[in-house]
Design a protein around this ligand. Structure first.
Ligand code: 5AD
Ligand code: FES
Length: 351
């Protein structure tokens, strides 16, 4: 107990832990979770204050060419009701979002070749022109360095691409042959070199994940230093090969949020929708553990039900305005406050 508390405090002082030490913290988490959360919030408050940034998530296509075993919009799911938003529909979402106080838009979709490089460029330019004071985040999977460069030049600021797991064998057990762990990491490195603020991340409790894997994740994050880290519990989807696999827990997710905050003090850290799905107060618990971002949905209500990566996803029936009102109140209960701000990384110029 004393040993792991001491490790926690070393982390808090900015010292780095090795995989073994992270593992001990993870295994002994019940004894230190309260303290870890308090230290993580202190670090967050020192850097960002008690301000929580919002990102308007626009899920613009649920077509996907990939077949990840865990994901509800995998190409092989014939039950998925597929949709695509037009560029005009997407722009309309950003206009509505702007009025609601959003200053970051996240364009997320499956890997859908229908949206060519040129269409995405046009879209980014369109948003840039209409909302010059907003940040544009893309989250559309693996592409060439050249494509990423085009999009950066068009005005995209950030890119979210979870690496899913740092362990190559684990990666191979979550994805069909043909998907490459190496290429995913190549994408993350390219994005960073091109000057994007980059978000990496993984699911907590994904099938086959061990506590050693989680310790390795923390070491990877410490080295790679992404600007953002998206983590949420794995949640099963009924039409996937992993339908019967158990969900990850809110308690392990929130503990990892605290460790990530302590490892990367300036990181932008969302309390994710998946966390709010496994626990009705999950997002609030995430904020109390050191997170400082929430990502409500701006997609039109008639397509919400269709972007289901996992079962029982929350907020699929609510209008964006309802969600933002609901979230404002929820965040207020944590002693934090949602702000109208781009919410850039403290040191966004660094790579
Ligand atoms: N449960 C939780 N998260 C999931 N994702 C995909 N499928 C699931 C699931 N069943 C996550 C992946 C992906 C991100 C967009 O959503 O980590 O990168
Ligand atoms: Fe969507 Fe509460 S945040 S209904």
């Amino acid at each position: 107990m004393d040993k792991i508390r001491e490790q926690l405090h070393r982390l808090h002082e900015g010292k780095s832990l090795d995989a073994e030490e992270y593992l001990e913290l993870i295994l002994g988490r019940d004894a230190v979770r309260v303290e870890a959360a308090a230290l993580a919030c202190e670090v967050r408050d020192r850097i960002y204050g008690r301000r929580v940034f919002i990102r308007g998530l626009i899920e613009f296509t649920n077509y996907c060419r990939n077949n990840c075993y865990y994901c509800g919009i995998r190409a092989g799911n014939v039950n998925a009701d597929r949709y695509r938003l037009s560029l005009q529909e997407i722009l309309t979402c950003t206009d509505a979002g702007y009025e609601l106080g959003f200053r970051t838009f996240v364009l997320q979709g499956g890997e859908d070749p229908y949206y060519t490089d040129e269409m995405m460029t046009e879209l980014v330019r369109g948003i840039r022109e209409r909302h010059p004071d907003c940040a544009i985040t893309l989250s559309v999977g693996e592409r060439s360095r050249e494509t990423y460069r085009l999009w950066k030049e068009a005005g995209a600021d950030r890119y979210l691409l979870r690496h899913e797991t740092i362990n190559p064998e684990h990666y191979a057990s979550l994805h069909p042959e043909g998907m490459s762990h190496e290429n995913r990491l190549r994408c993350l490195r390219d994005l960073k070199e091109l000057g994007f603020q980059v978000g990496a991340g993984f699911m907590v409790g994904s099938p086959g994940q061990t506590e050693e894997d989680l310790a390795a994740e923390l070491c990877f994050l410490r080295e790679f230093r992404p600007h953002m880290v998206g983590i949420g519990p794995y949640v099963p989807h009924q039409d996937t090969p992993f339908a019967k696999e158990p969900a990850g827990t809110a308690e392990l997710t929130t503990f990892l949020l605290s460790l990530i905050r302590l490892t990367l003090p300036e990181v932008l850290l969302p309390a994710t929708t998946a966390l709010g799905t496994v626990d009705a107060l999950g997002r609030e618990k995430g904020i109390r553990a050191g997170a400082n971002v929430v990502m409500p949905n701006l997609s039109p209500v008639d397509v919400r039900e269709k972007y289901l990566l996992y079962d029982h996803k929350i907020c699929t029936g609510e209008e964006a305005a309802q969600c933002i009102a609901c979230l404002k109140e929820r965040i207020r209960t944590t002693g934090c406050e949602i702000v109208v701000d781009r919410g850039d990384h403290k040191d966004k110029e660094r790579q």
